[in-house]
Design a protein around this ligand. Structure first.
Ligand SMILES: Nc1nc2c(ncn2[C@@H]2O[C@H](COP(=O)(O)OP(=O)(O)OP(=O)(O)O)[C@@H](O)[C@H]2O)c(=O)[nH]1
Ligand SMILES: [Mg+2]
Length: 617
């Protein structure tokens, strides 16, 4: 199929000839239910397909969604117009503009439909000029103010070709729905076919679906796989945005999928129970149902309908909505609010934050990726890049380009996987730098600030933010020193008052070089501990065991003496070595274990032989 794909939905008052027109255009009777036949009205959505030739000869393929006009079924009508490109707006010449003409126009406006062709039906029964003037008048402030009005009659056949031409002309100038890599198919029908399994249908938006692809059904988070895809009865490998799409889900059980659910991919996030949105109420509807804080409503989003409450509402229409059950909405999605008795359409809205966790005044424009990013980064402080605007109509490329723009403008900082506001990041950096400088000042003898200590001081940050921070510091004036971080220029040095302590420790360790006192007798106080740690870090002193330290030179001498003795006398016991070195058991045992670990000696029964590394020593 090389044609471009669009979705058309009918709209208009009950009995104005929508379904008859669809049949005349396509040959398909969209009314399928026995009850629809019996009552002569449309109750639920009907579907057909229409092939058109554009004025330039291009092929255009359109899926048609036929909606009910009766006031009792507005709910179904809204489910039909959520993802359409153009409305086929029907007004009957004998009846003129009627209540659901008005209500459907409102709904189309609220869900953001920008294009329409108006079919003035039943011209064999009414006054074309008067009703045309009336329609023009009613559409004056609407997005369809300049849409063509095509007089026609299915009875006489008049105007059918004109209507096709008008649709083709409108669609020729339109762009098919965008593919931004985030497919969502709002389910309008779910049924089981014997031998095939569960089939769900809907209009695909936002991205492609492929045969064999792993998908998730939201909001129930049901993971499954696409076994096969169809559009209007044709098997497909890949369905494009703007296509009526039937998806066969082999291992999904039907009782878990209903109209209102949606098929999407797993890495786009989770549904939510709270939305921040901007609400708009058309002045055309008059003050029938005031929109105010606290009211209960039905929220219609895609093909779904959930009970909701307007938790707060600001003067400019920014509202916080609490939902009775979760929906999977994107930033920029449009929705319709109706009253709890389902008699009136109250307002329309556009999602500003699909996961609004708390009150937040938002001034974003959902179409402006830079603004949206700025707002999201500002509100989350430090945020993983891949989480940014995940539930939005922006593609990953668009988001990454916008991130680069904001980075170039020095508004944000990107480090590793983290994006942050420049100011917030600088503040965090400054905080870390101050802590490191403080550590250098307070403990100049130390290699730096221990990373665990820094992590503790910044524990409100995530591990990822902390890692990005360290990477950032190390990329500039800082270095890692073992388990610590330090200014690159920092050289550990003993402050004056500790120098005397160091001298004392050196003396104590030298008096009986091969038999010095235990560590506890050296680390007499906090200063003793600090200095010994410094001497160990600068490798002047070697830690032999938890309670034994030796001056490095003495340790080296003892090691050589051990090697010497064994070379001359053969394998030796601890006692023999202790006597030979004028040391003690308290020293010899841990010393030998230490040099065993280094491979200098090796224990065989109760004797030591020389190890692999003895020669190198
Ligand atoms: N005289 C005349 N009757 C028409 C014409 N088009 C439709 N009708 C009749 O109008 C009645 C209603 O037509 P439908 O197509 O069911 O109307 P609808 O708009 O689909 O109605 P709902 O779906 O229930 O809102 C039917 O009896 C049609 O035969 C027309 O051009 N001329
Ligand atoms: Mg109908």
């Amino acid at each position: 199929m090389t044609a471009r794909h669009f979705i058309i939905a009918t709209a208009g008052h009950v009995d104005h000839g929508k379904s008859t027109l669809v049949k005349a255009l396509t040959g398909t009777d969209p009314d399928r239910l026995p009850e629809e036949k019996m009552r002569g009205i449309t109750i639920d959505l009907g579907f057909a397909e229409l092939n058109l030739i554009a004025p330039n000869g291009e092929k255009i393929h359109a899926g048609i969604v036929d909606v009910p006009g009766h006031e009792d079924f507005v709910r179904n009508m809204i489910a039909g117009v959520g993802s359409i490109d153009i409305a086929l707006f029907v007004v009957a010449a004998d009846d003129g503009w009627m209540p659901q003409s008005e209500e459907h126009l409102q709904i189309l406006t609220y869900v953001g439909v920008q294009h329409a062709v108006i079919a003035l039906t039943k011209c064999d029964l009414g006054r074309i000029d008067i009703v045309t003037a009336q329609i023009r008048d009613r559409l004056r402030e609407a997005p369809f103010a300049r849409s063509p009005i095509i007089p026609m009659s299915v009875r006489t056949g008049e105007g059918i070709e004109n209507l096709k031409n008008a649709l083709a002309a409108e669609l020729t100038d339109m762009q098919p729905q965008r593919d931004y890599g985030k497919p969502r198919l709002f389910v309008d029908r779910a049924f089981t076919l014997r031998g095939i399994g569960t089939v769900v249908t809907g209009t695909l938006t936002g991205g492609q679906l492929q045969r064999g692809q792993s998908i998730v059904v939201q909001p129930q988070n049901l993971k499954t796989r696409i076994r096969s895809l169809q559009s209007h009865g044709h098997e497909l490998d890949c369905a494009q945005p703007g296509m009526r799409t039937a998806v066969n889900l082999p291992d999904a059980s039907l009782d878990r999928i209903n109209r209102g659910d949606l098929v999407t991919i797993a890495d786009l996030g989770q549904p939510s129970l709270t939305l921040q949105a901007r609400l708009e109420q058309s002045p055309r509807l008059g003050p029938v149902r005031p929109l105010k804080k606290g009211i209960s409503v039905y929220l219609h989003h895609g093909t779904s309908r959930v009970a909701a409450r307007v938790a707060f509402l600001e003067k400019d229409g920014v509202a916080h909505l609490k939902l009775a059950s979760p929906i999977f909405a994107f930033l920029g999605d449009r929705f319709v609010l109706r009253d709890p008795s389902e008699q009136h359409t109250i307002a329309g809205g556009i999602v500003l934050d699909p996961d609004a966790a708390k009150h937040r005044k938002s001034s974003i424009v959902p179409e402006d990726v830079d603004l949206c990013l700025r707002s999201e980064i500002a509100s989350s402080g430090f945020v993983r890049k891949e989480m940014l605007l995940r539930k939005s109509h922006f593609s990953t490329d668009e988001i990454n380009e916008a991130l680069k723009r904001l980075e170039r403008a020095n508004e944000i900082v990107i480090r590793d996987e983290i994006a942050a506001e420049m100011d917030a990041w600088e503040k965090l950096r400054a905080q870390a730098m101050a802590l490191i400088d403080e550590a250098h000042k307070g403990n100049p003898q130390r290699a730096g600030l221990d990373l665990n200590e820094l992590r503790g001081a910044l524990r409100e940050q995530t591990a990822e933010v902390f890692a990005a921070l360290i990477a950032d510091l190390v990329a500039s004036d800082f270095v890692r020193a073992g388990s610590a971080i330090a200014r690159a220029a920092h050289r550990p040095a003993l402050p004056k008052d500790l120098k005397a302590v160091a001298t004392r420790i050196r003396e104590v360790l030298s008096q009986k070089p091969f038999d010095p006192p235990g560590r506890r007798e050296i680390e007499l106080d906090r200063h003793g501990q600090q200095v010994l740690r410094y001497l160990i870090e600068t490798e002047e002193v070697i830690e032999i065991s938890p309670d034994l330290v030796l001056l490095r030179e003495n340790f080296e001498r003892m090691k050589s003496a051990v090697i010497d003795f064994i070379s001359k006398n053969g394998p030796a016991t601890v006692s023999e070595l202790r006597e030979a070195l004028h040391s003690s058991r308290r020293i010899m045992v841990p010393l030998l274990e230490h040099i065993d670990r280094d491979g200098v000696t090796r224990r065989v029964a109760d004797r030591r032989t020389l190890g692999e590394s003895a020669r190198l020593s």
